[in-house]
Design a protein around this ligand. Structure first.
Ligand SMILES: *[C@@H]1O[C@H](CO)[C@@H](O)[C@H](O)[C@H]1NC(C)=O
Ligand SMILES: *[C@@H]1O[C@H](CO)[C@@H](O)[C@H](O)[C@H]1NC(C)=O
Ligand SMILES: *[C@@H]1O[C@H](CO)[C@@H](O)[C@H](O)[C@H]1NC(C)=O
Length: 626
């Protein structure tokens, strides 16, 4: 008897162990499927993603409160919950005791930016920047149109939380002294009449589960290997070659794309591998590979040239220049016209026969990696056309040496203006519009280019300013376009510039639009503080600007970090706007990339801050009533 019990215990232990490793989808709750990783019992799903199944109805539990789950989308890792109901005959939501909806910050759920959050029964204005409590606010049609909210019409005021503001992604905060009720609508167009609005709901997003933890190979199946993780030191079952971690299924699946993509990636990895293998034997091989690569690059160059020539017939496409023309324009690359030197090669100023001033970029001779980068840039710039991206006028793809010919941007780089000597400090409104322009350029690359393009090297020296101080994003040498629109990340070697690089990308080599958002956050800090992204003149712990400002913000001293030339004559409202700008930067630097805004949201937020600065008189006249 005793032995049987032990046997049974072992079986149970084995089963529980297996549940940690192989994804088990939870059984349906009533008629509703419960997709992985959501978990209704300890034996299925992933235990960080607990929800509840109460008599056929799914519920989301946080703290002492329970919210009904209205819908779940596994594909987008999102679910919509019903906002808390009002207490009978009052305009007070039942979760007021919890200060509203509060998610546990150590769990993988966050509140998305798709929600329009409305607050009711507010007395004090809740801070001018983030809330709209005007008579035109979208909360009015809601309390007039939704019968159960009509009781809130008797209260002093209602407000709408501005979308894209520096939301706390873990809570919809109520406060007994300010607002006592809320509602929320997902993806609502508030300009439509209320009858066209969707039902109330709060959309939450979950971070996909990482590979399961393990302590030995026995915990992993045949598709994965138990290894140390990059970041947290834990060991996990990482997928073997030719397999890819599918977070939605919770297992490694055969990666068909990777097999095809391998050839392309090989070029880039060769450089990475080159660094790790040492010893002299490799030298011979490297030479061989190098010769092969030069050969291959030449072939590609010829191929690319053909393609460019072929497409140059239709639409916006670039002109093909002869190398003679370029030599003449740049006065045979005279050093007087040298505009800049980078890892890739040089940029010269030139004047074409028709009088157009241009910038000519030449990769380092014989360096196939920089030739690859140039070709990459041609390919990408030929597809994009936006006022905030530097325009490619044409290229010269003769076999030995490709050149790129761009529009010439008069006023140099943002870096020069922020850190260069003999430059007048940029004004606050110039800085705002530079930030907005950059955000719009990047937003175009991420959302309007098809497939999306990630810049991967956003920094102040790559932001150029024209005669009217409008910003244009330059240098697409490292950019990547995604092969497939539905791929959420690509794996590559970490490249980019120290101080601007997304730490998450650095550790996991997963490229997403949020890596550009991180670099953009560093850029915003640079604009606000006029400090370099990396500066060894600062104390050791503060060398990295992002870390330095994070520390200052945690001490609630953000104002101290603002560029003194900005603070000098600023009104209190302008200081508030600068702080909002700083908080936006901080949200771009969030460690969890899901918590960072996307470029579109960042650009809307800057636009919004610009609105505050522009309408300051109007707001100042509002008095304490609003
Ligand atoms: C508004 O909130 C106050 C404070 O909690 C509450 O006493 C009052 O009943 C609420 N108003 C309505 C109309 O319910
Ligand atoms: C948040 O979740 C963690 C992990 O499940 C748990 O240990 C902690 O008690 C939770 N905190 C609150 C406030 O519920
Ligand atoms: C919202 O609705 C208005 C009025 O119908 C329309 O003009 C506007 O384009 C819509 N906005 C969005 C983002 O769909």
């Amino acid at each position: 008897m005793f032995q049987i019990r032990i046997m049974m215990m072992i079986v149970v232990v084995l089963m529980v162990n297996a549940a940690c490793v192989v994804a088990i989808r939870c059984p349906d709750c009533g008629k509703t499927p419960v997709p992985y990783p959501l978990s209704t019992t300890p034996l299925c799903g992933h235990q960080s993603y607990k929800i509840r199944c109460d008599m056929g109805v799914l519920k989301f539990v946080t703290g002492r409160y329970t919210y009904p789950i209205i819908s779940i989308s596994q594909k987008n890792q999102r679910l919509v919950i019903g906002p808390s109901d009002l207490l009978p005959n009052t305009c007070v939501t039942s979760d007021l005791g919890n200060e509203g909806l509060q998610l546990n910050t150590s769990l993988p759920f966050t509140i998305t930016q798709s929600n329009t959050v409305l607050f009711f029964n507010c007395t004090e204005p809740t801070g001018k920047l983030a809330y709209d409590c005007s008579p035109a606010s979208a909360c009015n049609p809601c309390q007039n149109g939704l019968p159960k909210m009509s009781i809130c019409r008797k209260t002093p005021r209602c407000c709408t939380f501005r979308k894209g503001s520096y939301t706390n992604l873990y809570s919809i905060q109520l406060n007994i002294d300010r607002c006592r009720a809320y509602s929320s609508f997902v993806n609502v167009n508030t300009s439509l009449p209320f009858t066209k609005w969707p039902n109330p709901g709060v959309e939450l997003m979950w971070a996909p589960p990482p590979e399961p933890p393990c302590s030995s190979q026995g915990h992993c199946d045949s598709t994965s290997t138990c290894r140390d993780a990059h970041d947290d030191g834990a060991r996990r079952c990482f997928c073997n070659r030719k397999f890819r971690w599918d977070a939605n299924a919770g297992q490694c699946t055969k990666d068909l794309k990777k097999v095809k993509a391998k050839r392309k990636v090989l070029g880039a990895t060769a450089v990475c591998i080159g660094g790790t293998i040492s010893v002299a034997v490799v030298f011979a091989i490297t030479m061989f590979i190098r010769r092969q690569r030069i050969k291959a690059a030449r072939k590609r160059l010829a191929c690319e040239r053909q393609k460019i020539l072929r497409t140059s017939g239709g639409g916006k496409s670039s002109k093909i220049f002869a190398s003679k023309e370029i030599k003449k324009a740049t006065n045979n690359f005279s050093s007087a016209g040298l505009l800049g030197v980078g890892g890739f090669g040089q940029v010269y100023k030139g004047v074409l026969d028709d009088g157009t001033t241009v910038a000519v970029k030449c990769p380092k001779l014989g360096n196939t990696q920089s030739i690859d980068q140039v070709l990459n840039e041609v390919r990408i710039l030929c597809q994009v056309n936006h006022k905030n991206l530097v325009q490619l006028l044409g290229c010269c793809v003769e076999l030995e040496q490709p050149f790129l010919v761009y529009e010439y941007i008069q006023n140099g780089s943002l870096y020069d203006h922020l850190h260069g000597k003999n430059k007048r400090p940029l004004t606050w409104s110039e800085r705002l519009s530079i930030a907005r322009d950059t955000a719009e350029g990047l937003s175009y690359l991420h959302f309007s280019a098809s497939p999306p393009i990630y810049h991967r090297d956003i920094k102040s020296s790559n932001i150029l300013l024209d005669s009217r101080m409008r910003a244009k994003v330059a240098d697409f040498g490292l950019s990547r376009e995604l092969a497939q629109a539905d791929v959420t990340h690509v794996t590559t070697c970490a490249q980019g510039t120290l101080g601007y690089m997304d730490p998450d990308y650095y550790w996991n080599y997963q490229l997403t639009d949020k890596s550009d958002v991180y670099s953009f956050g560093v850029l915003l800090l640079e604009i606000l503080t006029c400090q370099r992204a990396i500066d060894f003149c600062r104390p050791t712990d503060d060398v990295n600007l992002a870390a330095y400002i994070k520390r200052i913000v945690s001490e609630e001293k953000m104002v101290d970090a603002i560029d003194p030339s900005l603070k000098k004559d600023a009104t209190p409202l302008e200081i508030d706007a600068m702080k909002a700008f700083g908080f936006l930067a901080m949200s771009c630097l969030e460690e969890k990339r899901e918590n960072r805004p996307c470029m579109k949201e960042a650009s809307e937020e800057i636009e919004y801050i610009m609105g505050i600065v522009a309408t300051r008189l109007e707001l100042d006249d509002d008095g304490p009533d609003n």
